[in-house]
Design a protein around this ligand. Structure first.
Ligand SMILES: [Zn+2]
Length: 100
């Protein structure tokens, strides 16, 4: 029962994925694809991964503003490189309490 109209949510529960330890604990929620196994998962990226305007409001960012980042992949069972595919602005908004 998501209000995130920004994306086609398919059958995934993005909020549950974000709350999973595998997503990380700090940073901006994004959809990212593992370069090893090609699965797409919710991950948090730190502001270090923002290529420009690191002070920008996360909801104004595009996936193209983010660099690849290294994060553990449980399927690959190692730390792999992930490519951001979308900034999950709906989750950013709900985390800070201005959910529409
Ligand atoms: Zn993987």
């Amino acid at each position: 029962m998501s209000t995130d109209a920004d994306r086609d949510l398919e059958e995934r529960d993005l909020r549950a994925e974000l709350e999973d330890d595998a997503a990380g604990h700090r940073g901006i929620p994004v959809d990212a694809i593992c370069t090893g196994c090609r699965q797409v998962r919710v991950k948090r990226v730190s502001s270090d991964a923002i290529t420009h305007q690191p002070q920008a409001d996360p909801i104004s960012l595009e996936a193209s503003d983010l660099t690849s980042f290294k994060h553990v992949c449980h399927r690959c069972q190692t730390a792999t490189w992930w490519n951001p595919v979308a900034v999950l602005t709906g989750l950013v908004r709900s985390e800070r309490g201005d959910d529409e």
